[in-house]
Design a binder for this molecule. Structure first.
Ligand code: NAD
Length: 233
């Protein structure tokens, strides 16, 4: 079991693997979610300019899949950990679903955005809650300013959200744990190297990530089984 001293700050980085046991396919896994789409056609600013209907078709499909999903024991263990550590836990997810919140986590940083939010592609109106499906032949929704409403997602080629807050939390952490992330998507893949020499670094997932050499410990297995045991929750 992981021992956390009363002053330790902990940074947890989650990836698609945390939601895999809830039935949301990972990006690189064999699940059907991404199979019918080329990522460059649906998840980049170019794709949005070229064919916003196809982009909304893809995100509407992901909204449907995520709406049917329920949190698994990994999400519940992390929510319990937050109740124990309070603001000494910094939970940073690359996932865009809301399963951490459904499990009871209150402070989740969604560095790649949120599936159930949308925003205007033109004006600075803040992102807003939106669970609608915009599938063809539905028109692309419009903002009162005339801009098009897009998913509140960090696409490939865009800058992730909350990076200042994230690097401040990395600077402060004594324990860094990555869960269910392949260690390929930047900048998240480099967080573990950033805290090298400062923090104890652990990985949880069924296989070694691409950046395994940067971790001091690897706990192989599914997040829903390993995390509750490792955290003693
Ligand atoms: P990835 O698909 O590249 O890698 C998933 C990782 O999860 C793999 O290393 C795999 O071994 C591991 N994994 C599979 N089953 C697991 C389990 N039961 N427990 C723990 N780990 C498990 O995912 P990534 O590294 O997060 O990067 C992909 C990008 O795709 C991210 O930017 C993310 O935003 C996006 N994405 C999000 C969701 C979601 O919101 N749920 C789903 C798919 C992809």
């Amino acid at each position: 079991m992981l021992s956390i001293s009363p002053t330790d700050r902990m940074f947890i980085l989650c990836g698609a693997g945390v939601s895999a046991e809830s039935g949301i396919p990972t990006f690189r896994g064999v699940g059907g979610l991404w199979r019918n789409y080329r990522i460059e056609d649906v998840a980049s600013p170019d794709a949005w300019r070229r064919d916003p209907r196809l982009v909304w078709e893809f995100y509407s499909m992901r909204r449907k899949v995520a709406s049917a999903a329920k949190p698994n024991p990994a999400h519940f263990a992390l929510a319990k950990l937050e109740r124990i550590l309070g603001d000494r836990l910094f939970l940073c997810t690359q996932n865009v679903d809301n399963l951490h919140e459904q499990a009871g986590s209150k402070r989740v940083i969604h560095m790649h955005g949120e599936l159930f939010k949308s925003r205007c592609d033109t004006c600075h109106r803040p992102p807003f809650d939106d669970a609608n499906l915009y599938e063809p032949p539905t028109e692309i929704p419009r903002c009162p300013c005339g801009g098009q409403i897009r998913p509140h997602i960090c696409w490939f080629g865009e800058v992730p959200f909350a990076l200042n807050q994230i690097y401040a939390a990395l600077d402060d952490c004594a324990i860094f744990m990555a869960v269910g992330t392949s260690g390929v998507v930047e900048p998240a893949a480099s967080f573990v190297a950033y805290v090298h020499g400062q923090a104890r670094t652990l990985y949880v997932g069924p296989e070694h990530p691409a950046n395994v050499s940067s971790f001091t410990e690897c706990h192989l297995g599914n997040a829903g089984e390993v995390l509750p045991r490792l955290l003693g929750l």
